[in-house]
Design a protein around this ligand. Sequence first.
Ligand code: F0G
Length: 431
Amino acid sequence: MSRSRSTRERRADLSLSAAVDRPGPPPSAADGVWLTCVACGETFPPFEAVRYRCEACDGLLEVRYASPAGVDDFEGEPGVWRYRAALPVDAGVSLPEGDTPLHRMPRLRDEVGVGRLRVKHEGMNPTGSFKDRGMTVGVRVAQRVGVDRLACASTGNTSAALAAYGARGGMETLVLLPAGKVAAGKVAQASLHGARILEVDGNFDDCLDVVQRLTDRGAAYLLNSLNPFRLEGQKTIGFEILETLLDDHGEPPDRIVLPAGNAGNTAALYKAFRELVAAGSLARADVPRLTPVQAAGAAPLVEAVEADRDAVRRWPEVETRATAIRIGNPVNAPKALPGVRETGGTAVAVSDDAITRAQRDLAGEGVGVEPASAASLAGLRELRERGVVDAGESVVLLTTGHLLKDPDAAARAGTEPEPVPADVDGVLDVL
Ligand code: F0G
């Protein structure tokens, strides 16, 4: 057995706090689903009113189930809606989404030096990022609560997904983007799908501040990852990884390494695994170590993990080539930090140059991703070099967005076009 197996055994007593099995359903729980504040435990009915935060203490809300679903409850075609038993609604506004590839990466596995290496390429979703998994659920809930205008702040991918799913659902969409800091492919998507694009003179965190106030005033329905229903859809990444690997060689991965901005995905994966533990489908000791990666110029979550703090300090200034994760205030940190700690994970910051190198290396094995996604490989490399990740570990990297999202970054990282004459001899001369 690899050393990772023994470290797994050492984790057997981890408590997985905030576990779904803690409080029972409140009397108002419709269909065994309700919202719970992760800070104070207050509960709310899920669909009777629009609310994004706890009315008692302003904490983050989380969807809870009277009986969390396990792998035996998953049925039907691959994709997000195969996991409807674990979701708050049983059908979505769908394009459809999920069922993304889990690529083997033998050359990179050998080069990085781990036991197994897979890449879960979320760039293969309908709009080219993992955000689609959250939107299929979130836009459906918006319809259920009876709103017809949707809004988000975005570094790009959320806006592309919101625009497409809003269009699919026949709803108006409003996206607030940091002016000049969103990759071209993402703006093009939001634009063609018919969103109203509001370019804010500020960074992403400023956009999120503004959109929260707008939606608190009822101007639109908020579909950032603060919306607990979106994270339910994103949970299905964890279910898919687990189902594929259990089918393949019967074991969950030791570790999942993923890029983090608002830390919504980190929180969603933690929730997926907690629910599987509660349902008896996964042993606590087998929950993969969650390992978020940030760009060094935008790393408040890493700072909090390294200092073993329960809260993040907002970074007023952030900068990175990986514009998708150019975020200084990871709003889901209260959900994500316990996940990192209690799965025995860690967090790591990487340089922009390491990100670009990783983007090139993934592309060199056929997998085209945007810069933020490549942070996962850069982070794994860094942790291998530091000896934090064992040589025997089975690792899944999450690549969150497609290469074409940011064509400028891809062109800068890749080979240069060479001018040639329009005749074969001229071309042969150049070759
Ligand atoms: N990777 C990509 C490609 C992203 O677009 C994002 C977030 C992340 C990683 C980070 O995910 O926030 O769950 O930790 N993009 C958001 C957006 C902020 O507006 O598109 P997280």
